[in-house]
Write a protein that binds this ligand. Structure first.
Ligand SMILES: Nc1ncnc2c1ncn2[C@@H]1O[C@H](COP(=O)(O)OP(=O)(O)OP(=O)(O)O)[C@@H](O)[C@H]1O
Ligand SMILES: [Mg+2]
Length: 238
C-alpha cells in the first residue's frame, strides 16, 4: 500500500499541494483528474522522488520513503511515465527498455513490449530516443519503459497526451491488463473519460486540495455534469 500523508508543497509563495492525504491500495486502479495547474503532476513527482515535499510523509508498504532517491524508489517497485517524456540522444529504444527492466533485454522481449504499446516493434527497437521520434511515438516508448520495469506501483502522467484517439482505446486496455494481471497499484493522471471509466477510484484535485475522492460511480457523474456545464459556459451546479 502507498500512503501519502499530509503532503504540502509551496513554491514562490504559491501553495501547490495543500495537506494531501491518500491511501492507495494494492490491486486498485486510481485516476487523478482536475484542472490544469491543480497539482497533479507535482503530486506524482513527489511520489516518485523527483520533487521533495515541504512537509508530510510517503510510506510504501509501511516503509517511509519520503527521503529516498528516485533510484531507490524505482528499485522498490515504483515506476513513472512523464507527462512530457525526455529524449535521450545516443540511447536506443532497446537500451532504454533494458535499463528500465534492469536486465539485458533481448530483442524479442523488447519487441513484445513495444507491440503492447502499439508500435511496430522492428521499426523502433534500434531507433535512437532522440528528436526524430514523433510526440506520440515518444509517449508510447515512455509507457513501454513502465511496462518493462514490472512495477508494483505504476504511475502514468496524462498518457493520452499526443496519442491519437483511434489507438487510445488500445492503450486503455494495456493499462487495465497490466493492473489486473499483476495485481499492482496503478495511478493514472488523466482528463480522458475512457480512463476515468476504468478507474476503481477517482481523485479530483483542485487548487492543490482533494476536492472529491471515491468510487467511479460516486465521482464520475459529478465530474461529467460539471464538464458539460463548463462547455455550455455555465458552471452553476457547484
Ligand atoms: N518547482 C516549481 N516552482 C514553481 N511553480 C511550480 C513548481 N512546480 C509546479 N509549479 C506550479 O504548480 C502548479 C501545479 O503544477 P502541476 O504541473 O502539478 O499541475 P497539473 O495539475 O499537472 O496541470 P496540467 O493539467 O496542466 O498538467 C502550476 O501552477 C505550476 O506552475
Ligand atoms: Mg500535469
Amino acid at each position: 500500500m502507498l500512503e501519502i500523508k499530509d503532503i504540502c508543497f509551496k513554491r514562490n509563495n504559491k501553495i501547490i499541494l495543500d495537506h494531501i492525504t491518500l491511501q492507495l491500495h494494492d490491486d486498485k486502479f486510481y485516476v487523478i483528474t482536475g484542472p490544469n495547474g491543480s497539482g497533479k503532476s507535482t503530486l506524482a513527482k513527489i511520489i516518485m522522488g523527483l520533487e521533495q515535499p515541504d512537509s508530510g510523509t510517503i510510506l510504501l508498504n509501511g516503509q517511509d520513503i519520503t527521503r529516498k532517491s528516485v533510484d531507490e524508489r524505482a528499485k522498490m517497485g515504483l515506476a513513472f511515465a512523464f507527462q512530457q517524456p525526455v529524449r535521450f540522444k545516443g540511447i536506443t529504444v532497446l537500451d532504454l527498455l533494458s535499463y528500465a527492466s534492469n536486465e539485458k533485454l533481448d530483442r524479442q522481449k523488447a519487441c513484445a513490449i513495444l507491440t503492447k504499446v502499439g508500435l511496430c516493434a522492428k521499426e523502433y527497437v534500434d531507433r535512437e530516443v532522440n528528436a526524430s521520434l514523433s510526440g506520440g511515438e515518444l509517449k508510447r516508448i515512455e509507457i513501454a519503459t513502465v511496462l518493462a520495469r514490472k512495477p508494483s506501483v505504476a504511475i502514468f502522467d496524462e498518457p493520452e497526451a499526443g496519442i491519437d484517439l483511434w489507438s487510445f482505446q488500445n492503450l486503455t486496455n494495456v493499462f487495465a491488463k497490466l493492473q489486473q494481471e499483476n495485481k499492482i497499484t496503478t495511478l493514472v493522471i488523466s482528463h480522458q473519460e475512457r480512463i476515468l471509466n476504468i478507474a476503481d477510484n477517482i481523485i479530483l484535485l483542485e487548487k492543490g486540495q482533494i476536492k472529491k475522492m471515491g468510487s467511479k460511480e460516486d465521482v464520475l457523474p459529478n465530474i461529467l455534469r460539471k464538464a458539460k456545464c463548463c462547455a455550455k459556459g455555465s458552471d452553476k451546479d457547484e
